[in-house]
Every structure is written in C-alpha cells, then in structure tokens.
Design a protein around this ligand. Sequence first.
Ligand SMILES: [Zn+2]
Length: 233
Amino acid sequence: MDKVLSLSKRRGFVFQSSEVYGGLGSTWDYGPLGVELKRSVKEAWWRSVVSERDDVVGLDAAILMHPRVWEASGHVENFSDPLVECRQCHRRFRQDQLETDACPECGGDFTEPRRFNLMFRTFMGPVEDSSNEVFLRPETAQGIFVNFQNVQTATRKKLPFGIAQIGKAFRNEITPGNFTFRTREFEQMEIEFFVKPGSDDEWLQQWVRARFDWYVNYGIRPGNLRLREHCRR
Ligand SMILES: [Zn+2]
C-alpha cells in the first residue's frame, strides 16, 4: 500500500489532503492526472447510463437537504455503527469489525458499545442550535427520491425510467480504510430506476448484466468482479 501511495503522489494522481499541515485523516486530493482519470470515468459512466439511453435522465441535487429527509429515510435513527472505546488507550473501534474482546492496540478492555451516527452535522445560518442543524448527505439517493415528482413532471417520463446522479457524499466512518478505499468524503455515481410492480426482477437482471459488461468492456477481468446480492425491501 505504501508503494501505491507514493507512486500515486509522485505521478500526480492522489495527494494527502492538507499535507503541508500534517494531513487530514482519510481525505484525499486528486492531482493533475488523478482529476483527468476521475473525469474520464465519470464521463464514460454518464454516457453509458444517461446520454446513450432514452429511459434515464440526470440530476444534480444539493449536498445539504432538509433534515426531515433523513428522518423519513431512517438515517437519523438507523444510520449508525456500534462504537466502543478502549478503557486503557482510549482508541475507538467499530465493535462489529473487532475479532477479539480485547483492544488490538494495547489489550485493554472496552466500554459498552453505543450507536454512533455516521452523518456529518453542521448548522445552517448563524445560530448553532438544534433547530438549525443540517447534515451533509450520506448518500446521493435521497436527492433523487425527493425530486421524483419534479423530474417526472418536467420530462413527462413514464415508467419504467431512471434518474442518475454523480456527486459527493459524506460518512463519518469510525475506522476509515486504506488510502481512497473507504473515505469520509467520497463521490458516488448512482442510478435509481423506477419500474412497474412485478417487473422488478426482470429489470434488475438487465441492469446487473449491463453494468457488469460495462466494466468488462473497459478491460476489467470478469474474475476480478464480484456480484453482490443486495437486500430487498
Ligand atoms: Zn487500547
């Protein structure tokens, strides 16, 4: 990992954020080559899911949304990880990622787990009280859902059709991963595709196949790709 990191930096792909001030954990800046690469990926994706299809339209929703959006979606209540703290060295961990009951750093024991909400909070306007609290979106999907009616009315689309979006999302991960693989600020490319009840399985299969082929088309070996079953509502 250190080699990849140092190569990415030397060639101008990815730099540690705020490096001259010691760096900010788990945030990364894309350099001259990195930004071109990222733009190319986003443009290729947008072409294949929006420009070249007549059943998907685009959207660019704001990062800040009404707090009630996140109540309705269940994020305020449920978007959390179990956090434990070592009583000796006071390092914090995600309980569900620990393999033992003892602190991996010092062997100390842990506090009882508490639910830690992963949404970043800030305040809208000059008064910092709870009535002005807003969240940086933890995913782009809700911007699509709350605009469904607007988009449908404006475009006169009929089912089945989809809405695509590329944008930043933020999650205050307790333990971010290596390098750019699990970061607290990241960019998502996402489609919500709306279908008539009963045709969902058929459409899901079509999309899974289309997206899988897209990666293979750009040279990724199928053996390096893994399809993951997502839960159904
Ligand atoms: Zn410890």
